[in-house]
Design a protein around this ligand. Structure first.
Ligand code: ZN
Length: 76
């Protein structure tokens, strides 16, 4: 369970709608304008190691797998 996904809490408070409302009000993730929480990998969804350069918006791991398909060449 991540900070953005509180499905476990929802399951526990299924029959308590007022409490569930309160949990959502006080624990909802912030809407962020910049920083780590804004950029996500479009292929796997991680926020770690995301390459934004050249408008890629994919993480380094997905980039490594898909670089030849995207037209990148390895130069030695
Ligand atoms: Zn990825």
């Amino acid at each position: 369970m991540t900070s953005k996904d509180y499905s476990k809490v929802k399951a526990q408070l299924e029959n308590k709608p007022a409490k569930w409302e309160k949990v959502q009000k006080h624990n909802a993730p912030k809407e962020r304008a910049f920083g780590k929480g804004v950029t996500r990998c479009e292929l796997c969804g991680t926020s770690r190691g995301v390459i934004v350069k050249y408008h890629l918006k994919i993480c380094r791991r997905c980039f490594r797998l898909n670089a030849p398909k995207l037209g990148f060449k390895k130069l030695h």
